[in-house]
Design a protein around this ligand. Structure first.
Ligand SMILES: Cc1ncc(COP(=O)(O)O)c(C=O)c1O
Length: 405
């Protein structure tokens, strides 16, 4: 047999800047595990790893769908009953100008499809900094330069409108708004959404509104309800992303969706582009789509318990942050992440790796989310129960005291 010389198969250069710090840290965790330690993972936003369970009636709906033979391909946009429920939910969120809805494999696929269907080479999209890394990963894949706009830590991580305006030019197509936010847990006020809408209107942009955490609002003060930017600005082209991963505790099912709202004539060609891509990838997971209607229209009891647990864990987290030397934190108002600042002389990537090696607690470095130059942060997932969190926080405090005397 002829011997073929082994040649390295190089990955495409456009992937050079694709990072997903949340999972990239796995190699450090593996190293610690191989040494016989158990790593406490405060890095992945998966409620099911902790004491949160997918509501039983949703599991039943998927199981029934499988038993009933819903195991073939689904229609590309999604099954009709799910689309109807998603439109109903959009109406409850106050979105009055829905022009389209579609089901995807997680909100992640909706983000990928909607960015791909919009942006040409040479154009750009404004993404928040810090951000959820999916957006920059998809843009890198498309060969589109990432243009971050600041979230202002001194203003409870609200979008910095001056920075946003400064970065808009004739090639800007869209603004990404993650609300409630990952990684900061911040939420936008109505006033902020109105200002953002006005800026978008003046510059003829699309808004990508990632509202995957919209039912995990933890505040009991002045703003207990989430406000959708698509409801505040019915005239603007907005794609609102949602899904079952977070509010309905089923991230492994990979069910998400997009809702396009705005002026019917204006968004028509864009919606057609989205559907071309949706057809090319055939469909989202079929049996799992049968959980969408019972999720959105059925009992919401689990949410009361989820929010109560998260509120207590958020309070414990913020209390720890603000009583630990070198650490400070803006209190998260939604989702299940805190993004404390840490005053240290070395990079926060070194901090998280050494923390994992020394104390077996895994958090994600702020630089993995993009952050203001010169600042250092880490992201905590506060999903574990209070005793587990308290133990983790004691380990982190000990590590800080030992390493940064
Ligand atoms: C802001 C944000 N958007 C989207 C996603 C991905 O959601 P899905 O599991 O529906 O793909 C996540 C997951 O953590 C997220 O935090």
């Amino acid at each position: 047999m002829p011997i073929t010389p082994t040649r390295e198969i190089t990955a495409a250069q456009r992937l050079d800047n694709v990072r997903y710090a949340i999972r990239d840290l796995a190699s450090v965790a593996d190293e610690v595990t191989r040494q016989g330690h158990t790593v406490l993972a405060l890095n992945v936003g998966d409620p099911n790893i902790f004491d949160f369970k997918t509501p039983a009636h949703l599991i039943e709906a998927v199981y029934k769908a499988m038993r009933d033979g819903k195991n073939g391909y689904a229609p590309s946009p999604g099954i009709p009953e799910a689309l109807e429920a998603i439109r109903g939910e959009a109406a409850r969120k106050g979105i009055s100008t829905v022009q389209d809805a579609f089901v995807t494999s997680g909100a992640s696929e909706a983000v990928d499809v909607c960015l791909t269907a919009l942006v040409n080479p040479g154009e750009h999209v404004l993404t928040p900094s810090p951000d959820y890394p999916l957006y920059s990963a998809v843009l890198c894949k498309l060969g589109i330069a990432v243009t971050p706009y600041d979230l202002n830590e001194d203003d409870a991580w609200q979008p910095d409108l001056i920075d946003l305006q400064r970065k808009i030019n004739s090639r800007t197509r869209a603004i990404v708004l993650i609300n409630p936010n990952n990684p900061t847990g911040a939420m936008c006020s109505r006033r902020m959404l109105e200002q953002l809408a006005e800026l978008t209107r003046r510059n003829n942009l699309v808004i990508f509104a990632d509202e995957i955490y919209d039912k995990l609002v933890l505040d009991s003060g002045e703003q207990t309800e989430h406000i959708s930017i698509a409801a505040v600005a019915p005239d603007l082209p907005v794609v609102t992303f949602g899904g079952l991963s977070k509010n309905y505790l089923a991230p492994g099912w990979r069910i998400g969706w997009g809702v396009v709202s705005g002026d019917a004539v204006a968004v028509k060609p864009y919606v057609e582009g989205i559907h071309r891509l949706l057809r090319a990838r055939l469909c989202a997971n079929h049996p799992e789509q049968y959980a969408i209607k019972p999720a959105l229209d059925g009992p919401q009891d689990h949410l009361v318990e989820v929010r109560n647990k998260l509120r207590a864990r958020r309070d414990l987290t913020v209390q720890w942050c603000n009583s630990t030397p070198r650490v400070s934190c803006v209190s998260p108002r939604g989702a299940f992440y805190a993004f404390p600042r840490i005053e240290i002389a070395e990079g926060d990537d070194v901090f998280v790796k050494e923390l994992c090696r020394a104390k077996h607690v895994l958090v994600v470095h702020g630089s993995g989310f993009g952050q203001k130059a010169g600042t250092r942060h880490f992201r905590i997932v506060f999903l574990p129960d209070e005793p587990t969190l308290a133990k983790a926080y004691k380990s982190i405090a000990d590590f800080i005291a030992e390493r940064y005397k």
